[in-house]
Design a protein. Structure first.
Length: 407
C-alpha cells in the first residue's frame, strides 16, 4: 500500500544535530541547532522558571482540556509582552491571540488560516531565511518567493535592493518579516529602515506576517518588538508569531502564540473563531503546563524581574562570545569583513564559509555548522571559542594557500 512513498530527506538542522550526538570525539562543538547554552555548555534551567515550577507543584489539580484557543490568562500575557501595555489596539480589543505549539505552530496555524482566506496570494520571505519558513508555507499550498536581504559582500543588509523588491510585490500578498535577531544571518533593520518598510507595506496593501522568535535576545524586550508595535501603531493589519522556547529555555514545552491585529472587535472575534477552527483540525487544543509556567513568571513581579535579569545576562554572554571569536580570528586575519561577527546580533551569524569549508570543519575539527555557514553563537563558551576560531582559521588559510599555489 505504501511502496510508492518516497524517503523523507530529513530536516538539515535536526539531522545535523543527530549526527553530532553520535560523534565520538570529546572536543566536538555543536554550533548548528538554534539553542542557547550557558558558559559551561549546558542547557540552562532559568531560576525564574524553576521557581514558577515549584509554585505550580504545590497547586496540583486535575488536567482538563484547555479551550481550543488556549489558556485565557496566557493569551492575555502574550499580548502584553508582544504589543506592550500602551498598545491602543490591545485596549480596544482589536487583537485576536491564540496559544500555539511554539513559534513553528504559530506559523503553521497562520499559514493554514491565510491559505483559506487569501487563496490567490503568494508568500515572500527574505533571502536567506530560516529553512522551515519555506516548508511551512509551501506545505500549506502557497507559492513562496524571496526578496533580497543579505549581502555576502558586506555581511550586512542590502537595503536598497530589498526596498525595490518590496515595491514590486502585488497587493494583498503575504510578506514574512523577522522582527529581530534575523535567522540565519543575524542582520537586522534599524528603526528608520523599519519605518521605510512599513510605509511600503501600507501603500502597497501588503499583509505582513512577523516572526518574533527571539524577543529579548537582540537589545531588550521592548526594542526587539519595535517592528510589531510600529505596524500596529500605524493601524495596519498583521500577523505575529512569537515563541518562548529561547527566552524561557522551554524548548520541549512548545510555548508560543499567534496574534492577528484586526480593524474592529467584531473582525477580531471572527478571526479568532477561524483560528480555533484551524487548531481543531490540527491538534484540537494546546498543552497546559508550559503555558502556566510562562504566565506565572510574567504575572509575578518578583519572578518577572528575575527572568528579565537572566534574559539580559544571556544576551550579554552571546555578545561577549561574538567579541571573543572576533578577537581570536583577528589574530589570523586583518580583514574588515570579520566585523560582521560583532555587527550582527542575536543567536546566529553568517560566517561566509562555503558548504565545502563547513564540511571540512565537521570532518577535520569536529565543529558543526549548518551547511549555509550559519553559526549559533549561543553555543560558544570560553572553553571552545578558541578551538572554533582556530578551526575556522585553519580552513580559511588552507583555501588561501590553495589559491596561491594555483597562481
Amino acid at each position: 500500500m505504501f511502496e510508492h512513498v518516497e524517503a523523507f530527506p530529513g530536516d538539515p538542522i535536526l539531522s545535523l544535530n543527530e549526527d553530532f550526538q553520535v560523534d565520538p570525539r570529546a572536543n566536538k562543538v555543536n554550533l548548528s541547532i538554534g539553542m542557547y547554552f550557558d558558559a559551561h555548555g549546558n542547557l540552562p534551567l532559568m531560576a525564574a522558571v524553576r521557581d514558577a515550577e515549584n509554585a505550580l507543584a504545590s497547586e496540583i489539580k486535575a488536567h482538563p482540556y484547555l479551550p481550543m484557543s488556549g489558556l485565557p490568562s496566557y493569551r492575555d500575557t502574550v499580548q502584553q509582552l508582544v504589543f506592550g501595555n500602551a498598545c491602543g489596539a490591545r485596549t480596544q480589543r482589536l487583537i485576536a491571540t491564540l496559544q500555539t505549539l511554539g513559534g513553528s505552530g504559530a506559523l503553521k496555524v497562520g499559514a493554514d488560516f491565510l491559505r483559506r482566506i487569501f487563496p490567490d496570494a503568494q508568500v515572500w520571505i527574505s533571502d536567506p531565511s530560516w529553512e522551515n519558513h519555506r516548508v511551512v508555507f509551501e506545505r500549506a499550498g502557497f507559492t513562496v518567493n524571496t526578496y533580497p536581504y543579505y549581502s555576502s559582500t558586506t555581511g550586512g543588509l542590502c537595503f536598497d535592493e530589498m526596498l525595490h523588491a518590496l515595491r514590486a510585490i502585488p497587493q494583498r500578498h503575504i510578506l514574512l518579516l523577522h522582527a529581530c535577531c534575523h535567522n540565519p544571518t543575524g542582520v537586522d533593520l534599524d528603526r528608520n529602515q523599519w519605518r521605510e518598510v512599513i510605509l511600503i507595506i501600507a501603500k502597497n496593501k501588503l499583509l505582513p506576517f512577523v516572526d518574533l522568535a527571539y524577543q529579548g535576545f537582540g537589545v531588550d524586550l521592548d526594542d526587539d518588538a519595535f517592528a510589531v508595535r510600529e505596524l500596529t501603531a500605524h493601524g495596519l493589519s498583521c500577523l505575529v508569531a512569537n515563541s518562548f522556547s529561547k527566552n524561557f529555555s522551554l524548548y520541549g514545552e512548545r510555548c508560543g502564540g499567534l496574534s492577528v491585529v484586526c480593524q474592529s472587535t467584531n473582525e477580531a472575534s471572527r478571526v479568532l473563531g477561524q483560528l480555533t477552527g484551524v487548531v481543531r483540525a490540527n491538534y484540537s487544543n494546546p498543552p497546559t503546563y508550559g503555558a502556566k509556567i510562562v504566565h506565572r513568571v510574567l504575572c509575578t513581579p518578583a519572578l518577572r524581574a528575575l527572568w528579565q535579569s537572566e534574559l539580559a545576562a544571556m544576551c550579554k554572554r552571546i555578545s561577549a562570545m561574538r567579541h571573543l571569536i572576533y578577537q581570536r580570528l583577528r589574530s589570523y586575519f586583518a580583514d574588515d569583513k570579520l566585523s560582521h561577527y560583532i555587527r550582527q546580533r542575536g543567536m546566529f551569524t553568517y560566517t561566509g564559509l562555503s558548504a565545502e569549508q563547513v564540511n571540512r570543519l565537521r570532518i577535520e575539527h569536529g565543529v558543526y555548522l549548518v551547511r549555509s555557514g550559519r553559526m549559533c553563537i549561543a553555543g560558544l563558551n570560553e572553553q571552545n571559542v578558541i578551538v572554533v576560531a582556530d578551526a575556522i582559521a585553519n580552513v580559511l588559510l588552507d583555501r588561501k594557500k590553495s589559491k596561491s599555489s594555483q597562481i
